[in-house]
Design a protein around this ligand. Structure first.
Ligand code: PLP
Length: 417
């Protein structure tokens, strides 16, 4: 399917069936790209790692959101994956955006998104960034401490403020509550201070941690938010918006939504606007990363191999360190055989450790995995569900991997039931 960014919103996406299946399109894109690489003759870096992004999957995640949490307006968290094609699609679909810096604000406004569709969701901002937000009229912003209120009073007294509260994120993959969020013990004082400073508090926000396991922390946080809305009411302040943050996964979304949606409805009347800041949910499943086996070391005394890929923890595998991921190495090609989508977790005849390309010993993708084949130099492997917190934090350390090629496909159907 020919796909340019400009054609995205016009492409019809059917609910089920049809021939433009995600796996088939991804497979074709991977195969075409790796077939172009000849180890004997390609230009330097011709075998660099690359992503295939199925933009249809991002679209379907949006539809899925609308079906399951119709009351909640998503503001996509740009930090999770600032891929321009993804951002353009979401901008055209009308989502809002959660930005955390001047650069992210610039990126989103450069797409023609009005500032009213941006929340500057960072409770501890540089003074110069607050001034910049004022200049760009990005009014929605979060705070969780008194000093931030004084800064905002000085630099952007008309801002629309969300008081970010602490959550129980103890079971989430990534935790934030040790760093951000006001405890319910001080929310009353913060609201009073905001009132004394004549600032405009419009709502409450929270984040239950990225990669939440279930609905419980969301529901608890919704109740805490209700408590703060009531505190504000007692002070004569009328809060209008609840921001339920991010944390939603691809696999557990319906389980969370079916409990969270009714909890919101129970605690907040329809007059309260509800927004969210999903990141991972939108992009994780849409991206597949392909990497080349650039070197191999046989370990005759221990058995098995050390395999060296051209991407690692300083590149797109930074999710191992920052996002607590344990990526599964899957075989894409072995010799002349192409293996995308074939079951390869059978536990193989070969034990391997898999390493990234930089000079650092920490650059290890897995200390030990079972591979069905003894992969060799020139073979390709792939990593699926690789769109969240991967390319957004890749460094250029040692001259590798900070600007990976992304190939786009637009499938009409995914594999999820
Ligand atoms: N909002 C804020 C303030 C965040 O810090 C993050 C992640 O770090 C997100 C939203 C996105 O979270 P997730 O990708 O888990 O949905």
């Amino acid at each position: 399917l020919p796909m340019t960014v400009d054609t995205i919103p016009r492409i019809k996406v059917s609910a089920a069936g049809g021939s433009l299946h995600g796996q088939a399109l991804i497979s074709r894109a991977l195969r075409n790209r790796v077939n172009r690489v000849d180890n004997d003759s390609c230009s330097p870096g011709g075998e660099d790692p690359f992503f295939v992004a199925d933009i249809g999957e991002v679209y379907r995640q949006h539809v899925r959101w609308k079906l399951n949490l119709p009351r909640v307006e998503p503001f996509y968290a740009v930090k999770c994956n600032p891929d321009l094609t993804v951002l353009k699609l979401l901008a055209r679909l009308g989502t809002g955006f959660d930005c955390a810096s001047k650069k992210e604000i610039d990126l989103i406004t450069s797409l023609g998104v009005p500032p009213s569709r941006i929340i500057y969701a960072h409770p501890c901002k540089a003074a110069s960034f607050i001034r910049y937000a004022a200049q760009r009229d990005v009014r929605k912003m979060t705070f969780d401490n008194a000093e931030e209120l004084y800064k905002i009073k000085r630099y952007f007294p008309d801002a629309e403020l969300f008081l970010r509260i602490v959550t129980d994120d103890s079971e989430s993959l990534c935790q934030f509550s040790m760093k951000y969020g006001a405890s319910l013990k001080i929310t009353g004082d913060l609201l009073q201070l905001a009132k004394d400073l004549e600032l405009n508090v419009v709502g409450v926000s929270f984040h239950v941690g990225s990669g939440a396991v279930g609905a419980k922390p969301f529901v608890q946080a919704v109740h805490s938010a209700r408590f703060v809305f009531d505190q504000a009411k007692d002070l004569g302040m009328n809060l209008t918006t609840l921001d339920i943050g991010g944390g939603f996964g691809v696999d557990n979304f319906e389980c969370i939504a079916e409990v969270l949606g009714p909890a919101i409805d129970k605690c907040f009347p329809p007059s309260v606007r509800v927004i969210a800041e999903p990141g991972r949910y939108y992009v994780a499943s849409a991206f597949t990363l392909a990497c080349h086996v650039i070197a191999r070391r046989e370990l005759p005394h221990h058995g098995g191999y050390m395999l060296y890929l051209n991407d690692g923890v300083y590149g797109n595998m930074n999710c191992i360190l920052f996002d607590h991921q344990q990526p599964t190495v899957r075989v894409l090609t072995h010799g002349n055989r192409y293996m995308y989508g074939l079951p390869d977790n059978c536990g193989g005849p070969v034990t391997a450790s898999v390493w990234g390309p930089t000079c650092d010993g920490i650059d290890c993708i897995t200390q030990e995995c079972q591979l069905p084949y003894a992969l060799d130099v020139g073979d390709w492997v792939y990593f699926d569900t690789f769109g969240a917190y991967t390319l957004s934090a890749a460094t250029g350390f040692n001259g590798f991997n900070d600007n990976c090629e992304v190939l786009y496909v637009f499938s009409e159907n995914g594999s999820r039931k």
